[in-house]
Structures are given as structure tokens and as C-alpha cells.
Design a protein around this ligand. Structure first.
Ligand code: NA7
Length: 545
């Protein structure tokens, strides 16, 4: 079969792929998006579990670049639920007529850099072969589900599912349900289903610090305020650290010396809601100041003991590690444990022995179940890349390149020896609210491609105009990421942020913790300094090393 020639291929039809297609269309490039899913949505296509919700304020969990749409698109609550996010993304795709360049139920099988023609040779699961100049991965941070290896799982006679592959027709009403895992996802599922299932048993390995989300209906006055202030709102987001729409605190914990005053700050944050606001909105150093972090922990533990009436359940639900995972919030998680049909099993005290045909057996005995839900998270970031073969200029695949030291990049978007490959939210990109981080990456990628096209066209030579990060730039960026993360307690938590949630996975820094403002500054510097850190664009790519 003859290869189809395209300027660009984008892999993934979530927030990243949609916006990247929109931008490349503006450049007049022939571009196609492929996605293994049946429709647009990315992470929201797959994660259709009950209670799925973004925990960013609704007015910020969207694209900033279509002003008319920002002003007119309806949202009725402070947080958007999964189905509404999907609806929104479909709406954007229709509004900008993007669907005609999208192909679903199609996987990227392999991409090999062809140094003779300076193209990516791509194979799709449909059997089609493509030749593309630019390859853009918009795979999402969390797309490879983590299925824990629990003996006997295949013997279970009820329904067993993962939250990231939720069966559409699964009705939990009146069922005996067991949920394994209580990260962001587990907390949302548990809160949503507790009132309608016959029994709910939560199998928890690490208790979580979670604060109220503060979700409520949006008053017309509030919407009016947002609409009248969009310019300032997005300006603030791009000049913030985490991009959640609130101003991060500059107050060091120890500068507030009275315990009452500190608690009053925590109380106000608790009442306002949102996990990121709780973590970054009251004090500037909860991620590094152990005493401050412990004070926040003690405050949340006190809340748990006040909310959960049964002291034994409250004890099991109370975390004692540092508060240093992705900050969670919920719509009444701890309250659910006051229902007589909801129980908690602390797996550090009574571990799972096996899954049996009738349910889950721990060292405390068998819990009989109709449905087992794995809310066990993801093989994050590089996990998404490990299942496709992307082979660069020097013959190594991305997986092989990342194996020895963990996943690295320049600015989160480019990898040395992988010319004209762009990673949207690749490793060592900013750790923030995702839509603004995605926009930052797509804008950077578009800028780089624009530059490459200009040079190529000006010289009428396909062997130039290649964008490739230099190894020393990647090293410097890694070092910068390390410096930003140095001393943070996030290093010490066993979460997916460093890859500690997957047995055997390389433990490495997978994010840039410098925040959005600093990321934008770094990008602007690179562009102003004539694309510093990238191989000179009017030189052709070196041959295979
Ligand atoms: P997370 O945050 O990685 O949470 C996964 C949960 O599953 C967590 O509580 C894990 O416990 C638990 N887990 C994982 N493996 C096991 C085994 N084998 N046995 C028992 N419990 C297990 O994933 P989420 O989907 O909740 O959230 C991911 C991100 O999605 C979130 O941060 C948001 O950005 C959106 P552990 O804590 O490892 O002890």
C-alpha cells in the first residue's frame, strides 16, 4: 500500500489534540488526528465512572482562545462533571469543523524517523502507512490504566472493572460493591455511589487528605463577573503557579506564629473549597515546610474525626504521611462513611489475600461482592508512551531512551534524537491545571513548527527546517526541574507523580514544578534567543549516530 503523505499527524483527540489540530489548520498544514477511542474526549472518553468530575473551576476547565464561546457556552455549577466535559469538547470540535480531520478507533502502532526523507514513517492499526513531517503526541498524562496484580482476579464471578474503562451499562443500584483505591478517582466514585448501592466496601491502602470541593450552582452574578473579567482571569492564570484561578499565597507558614490564626486560615480555605486552593492558597510553603505541612495534616485529621461518627472508621480514614500527593477535594467523601452500608478496610492492617469467585478476601476474611471496581490509577506519563514504538534518529525508541534514567525532555515537548516529534504534556512539563498547561505546550509546538516551515519553504529544501532539541538543553532542563523539586515533600510521597505507584517503574521527576508563569518565561526566553536549545534550524539533521 502506498504511503499517505501528510504534513502532520496528531495522536490523541482530547483537549491537546483538538487544540493542536485547530492551530495546525491555521497554518494551512494537512493534518490528521487519530485516536484509539470511538470519539473525541481523551481521558474523559474513557473515564466515565460515576462521579467523574474536574476539580478546576468550570470557567477555567476550557479553552481560552475562543472568546465568543467562552462568553456564551453554558455551565451551571462551579465544577464540570465528566459528561459535560465530553459535551463541551464535542461542541468545540463541531463549532470549528474539526471532526473531518479526525479518525477514531485507530491506534498509532509505530513511528520511525526516516533520515533519508526527513519524515516519520508511521503505521496505524488500520494497516495504513503514513509519511508525515511532524508527529505530535497528545496522549494525555493518564491514559494507561493500572491493573493491580491481585491473585484470583480472573476467578471473580461478578463484574470486575477499572474506572478508566467503565462499562456503559453497569448499574450499581442495589449491588454489593467493593472499590479498591481511594485517590482522586476512588474518592469521586465512592462519594457518588454510596447512597444507591446495597453495600459499599472501600479497600484503602493509603488514606488521603481531601478537603471539600465547594461545588455549588453558579449564580447569574458570578457568571456575569467571569464574563466581564475573562482577560484578567486568563492573564492571572498565565502568571500563576498552578493555574487554578486563585492567587497563590506568598505567606510562609512560620510567619504566622499563632496556632489559632493558622487554624483560622485553614478553616477559611476549607470553607471556600478546592484541594489546590487549600494547599497553595493559604501558605506558600506547605510543600517544603514540614511543620506547616504537618499542621495542615492535623487540621484535616481533626475534620475527619469530627465528620466521621464511628471512631474506628475515622481512625482508618486518617492519613499520617505528609500531605504531598496531588491535592484532592470532594463532594462529601468522609460523610459517606456515616452510612450504615459503607465500610472501610485498611489494607495496611488487613491486606488483600486474593480475589475469590464470591468477592475479596483479606486477612480479616471474605467480603462478598457483586461488583469490584479498580480505582487503582494509571501508569502515568511515560506509561502512555511505552505501548507505542516511536524510534528516533539514533535507532532507539523513546521507551529505550527513557529506560535508564526515567523520562526526560526539553521543556516537556521535545526530545533529542527525535526530530519533529512534539509531546503535548510530555514528561517534565508544568504541574498545573491542565487546559492552560496544554495551551502553553500547543502554542510552543505551533511556534516551533511555524519556524521550521518558514525555513524549509525559504530554502526550498526538505532536509532543513527540522526541530530537534539538543542533549545539553535537555540536561539543563532536567536540572532545572530537579532544582524546582528539590526539598519538596512530593518527593517523599508514594504517588504517580514520581512513578512510585507502579511496582518496578523508574522513580524519576516527571514534572516541572516551577509553575505556569515561570514556564512561559522559559519558553519566551528560548524563542527570543533564536530558539535556544534547539539544533540550528538551517542545518540538516545529522545522520544516524
Ligand atoms: P491514583 O491517585 O494513583 O490513586 C490510585 C489508588 O489506587 C490509590 O489509592 C492507590 O493506593 C490504590 N492502589 C493502587 N494499586 C493498589 C493495590 N494493588 N492495592 C490496593 N490499592 C491500590 O489514581 P486516580 O485514578 O485516583 O487519580 C489519578 C489522577 O487522575 C489524579 O491525580 C487526578 O489528576 C486525576 P496507594 O495510594 O498507592 O497506596
Amino acid at each position: 500500500m502506498a504511503a499517505t503523505q501528510l504534513d502532520a499527524l496528531i495522536v490523541g483527540a482530547g483537549f491537546s489534540g483538538i487544540y493542536q489540530l485547530y492551530r495546525l489548520r491555521q497554518l494551512g498544514l494537512s493534518t490528521r488526528v487519530v485516536d484509539m477511542a470511538g470519539d473525541v474526549g481523551g481521558t474523559w472518553y474513557w473515564n466515565r465512572y460515576p462521579g467523574a468530575m474536574s476539580d478546576t473551576e468550570s470557567y477555567l476547565y476550557r479553552f481560552s482562545w475562543d472568546e465568543e464561546d467562552l462568553l456564551t457556552y453554558p455551565w451551571s455549577r462551579h465544577y464540570v462533571k465528566g459528561p459535560q466535559v465530553l459535551e463541551y469538547l464535542r461542541h468545540v470540535v463541531e463549532r470549528h469543523d474539526l471532526r473531518k480531520d479526525m479518525q477514531f478507533n485507530t491506534e498509532l502502532v509505530s513511528a520511525d524517523w526516516n533520515g533519508q526523507s526527513n519524515h516519520w514513517d508511521v503505521r496505524l492499526s488500520t494497516g495504513e502507512v503514513l509519511k508525515v513531517r511532524y508527529l505530535i503526541t497528545a496522549l494525555g498524562l493518564l491514559s494507561k490504566a493500572n491493573y493491580p496484580d491481585i491473585p484470583g482476579a480472573s476467578t471473580f464471578t461478578g463484574t470486575l472493572c477499572h474506572t478508566a474503562a467503565w462499562p456503559e451499562d453497569l448499574d450499581l443500584t442495589g449491588k454489593r460493591v467493593g472499590v479498591i483505591g481511594c485517590g482522586s478517582t476512588g474518592v469521586q466514585v465512592i462519594t457518588d455511589i454510596a447512597s444507591r448501592v446495597k453495600s459499599l466496601t472501600c479497600f484503602q491502602r493509603s488514606p488521603q487528605y481531601s478537603v471539600p470541593s465547594g461545588d455549588r450552582p453558579v449564580e447569574p452574578e458570578y457568571r456575569k463577573w467571569v464574563n466581564e473579567n475573562y482577560d484578567q482571569i486568563f492573564d492571572q492564570v498565565r502568571n500563576s503557579i498552578v493555574g487554578f484561578g486563585f492567587t497563590e499565597s506568598t505567606v510562609p507558614f512560620k510567619s504566622v506564629t499563632s496556632a489559632e490564626e493558622r487554624d483560622a486560615i485553614f478553616e477559611e480555605l476549607w470553607n471556600k473549597g478546592n484541594g489546590f486552593r487549600f494547599f497553595f492558597g493559604g501558605f506558600c510553603d506547605l510543600a517544603i515546610d514540614r511543620e506547616g505541612n504537618e499542621a495542615a495534616c492535623a487540621f484535616i485529621r481533626k475534620k475527619i474525626s469530627q465528620i466521621v461518627k464511628d471512631p474506628e472508621k475515622a481512625r482508618k480514614l486518617s492519613p499520617h504521611e505528609y500531605y504531598a500527593r496531588r491535592p484532592l477535594c470532594d463532594a462529601g467523601y468522609f460523610e459517606q462513611f456515616n452510612r450504615p452500608n459503607v465500610d472501610i478496610v485498611h489494607l495496611r492492617e488487613t491486606p488483600i489475600v486474593s480475589i475469590r469467585p464470591q468477592g475479596i478476601e483479606t486477612t480479616a476474611g471474605l467480603v462478598e461482592l457483586d461488583v469490584i471496581v479498580f480505582a487503582t490509577g494509571f501508569d502515568a506519563i511515560d506509561g502512555s508512551y511505552n505501548r507505542i514504538r516511536i524510534r528516533g534518529r539514533d535507532g532507539l525508541t523513546l521507551k529505550e531512551k527513557w529506560e535508564p534514567r526515567g523520562p526526560t525532555s526539553y521543556l516537556g515537548v521535545a526530545v533529542p534524537s527525535f526530530p519533529n516529534l512534539f509531546l503535548i504534556t510530555g514528561p517534565q512539563g508544568p504541574f498545573t491545571n491542565l487546559p492552560p498547561a496544554i495551551e502553553a505546550h500547543v502554542d510552543l509546538t505551533t511556534r516551533l513548527i511555524t519556524h521550521a516551515e518558514e525555513v524549509r519553504k525559504a530554502q526550498g529544501d526538505d532536509s532543513v527546517g527540522l526541530i530537534e532539541a539538543l542533549p545539553e538543553a535537555e540536561q539543563e532542563w532536567c536540572q532545572r526541574c530537579e532544582n524546582m523539586a528539590a526539598g519538596t515533600l512530593f518527593h517523599e510521597s508514594a504517588s504517580w507523580i514520581f512513578g512510585r505507584n507502579i511496582p518496578g517503574k523508574k522513580i524519576a521527576l516527571r514534572f516541572y514544578f516551577g509553575g505556569l508563569k515561570s514556564f512561559y518565561e522559559a519558553v519566551n526566553h528560548v524563542i527570543e534567543a533564536d530558539y535556544e536549545g534547539f539544533r540550528p534550524i538551517n542545518q540538516s539533521s545529522p545522520a544516524k549516530i
